[in-house]
Design a protein around this ligand. Structure first.
Ligand SMILES: NC(=O)c1ccc[n+]([C@@H]2O[C@H](COP(=O)([O-])OP(=O)(O)OC[C@H]3O[C@@H](n4cnc5c(N)ncnc54)[C@H](OP(=O)(O)O)[C@@H]3O)[C@@H](O)[C@H]2O)c1
Length: 258
């Protein structure tokens, strides 16, 4: 498959690497000068592309940008998304992290992040990879059928997009769970039991069902506070997953206490 990736940071880079290893043709872009982008792309086995080129001739375009970029979408990104053919699948890995992205009023008022992204980009998106930590994406994948294989949640309104992204998920080492429509994608946002808790597909289905919009923002803030309260040397991947899992545990306790 031909895949473009906008943003090769913590998420976009391992994604590109795994897709290349699986035999896909991948081109990547970011904001760096051409020589630096070329070096970064080469390290991933991908081709460097300008923003004008990254969406040309691709089957899938992945947006792996922080929400502060989406909130004030630069003109070149607006042009890219407006001129993208309708049949190109757009996948979005993003999450709203207020201390990083700044306050985004619509999201503070409860708009579903996936719907907000679709509005910013001016076209439908499918949520992909947003409920896995970057380290999980980089090192947590396993071949299909491996016992305990981790799963990611896909949410969107386009069944073909979800089928294609299920294939790509498999190729990079993860089962995919259909988490419903884009409007349902709040169930995999930060502060929910499905967010970065490293679950198998059956566990993820249950976690998605346990999501509670009333406590989501509060849980997101609690988790970030706990993570950043840890001294840096103790802020390991394992420790972060354990803190994220406290959201799942709280939801399970809440359910059993009902
Ligand atoms: N980190 C995680 O564990 C994780 C897990 C799941 C989902 N996510 C979500 O995925 C998204 C990306 O996260 P990340 O951690 O990969 O972020 P990151 O490391 O900060 O990477 C962001 C990427 O976006 C690029 N970028 C910024 N502005 C751009 C523009 N105008 N045009 C093209 N490229 C641009 C950056 O390029 P430059 O380097 O050139 O600035 C960089 O490659 C976020 O919304 C995040 O919340 C993160």
């Amino acid at each position: 498959m031909k895949i473009g990736i906008i943003g090769i940071g913590f998420v976009g880079a391992p994604l590109a690497k795994h897709l290349v290893a699986a035999g896909h043709q991948v081109k990547v872009t970011n904001t760096r000068p051409p020589e630096e982008l070329a070096r970064m792309a080469q390290a991933l086995g991908a081709a460097p592309a300008t923003l004008q080129e990254v969406g040309q001739g691709v089957d899938v375009l992945v947006s792996s940008l922080n929400f502060n970029v989406l909130a004030a979408l630069p003109q070149d990104l607006q042009d890219l998304f407006r001129s993208l053919p309708a049949d190109v699948i757009v996948a979005d890995t993003g999450n709203y992290i207020p201390f990083r992205d700044g306050r985004i009023e619509a999201l503070e008022q409860g708009q579903v992040e996936g719907l907000w992204v679709a509005e910013q980009l001016g076209r439908p998106v499918t949520k992909f990879l947003n409920n896995l930590l970057a380290e999980t994406i980089a090192t947590g994948g396993t071949p299909p059928g491996t016992p305990g294989r981790l799963a990611l949640a896909l949410a969107g309104d386009d069944q073909r997009a979800k089928q294609v992204l299920t294939t790509l998920s498999n190729d990079i080492g993860f089962d995919a769970v259909d988490a419903g429509s884009l409007a349902d994608s709040w169930r995999q946002q930060p502060g929910t039991p499905a967010y970065c808790t490293e679950l198998t597909a059956p566990e993820l289905v249950k976690a998605l069902a346990l999501a509670n919009p009333d406590v989501m923002a509060q849980e997101r803030e609690r988790v970030f506070t706990e993570i950043f309260r840890l001294p840096e040397v103790e802020r390991t991947h394992k420790a972060i997953v354990a803190i994220e899992r406290s959201v799942l545990q709280n939801a399970q306790q809440h359910q059993s206490g009902r």
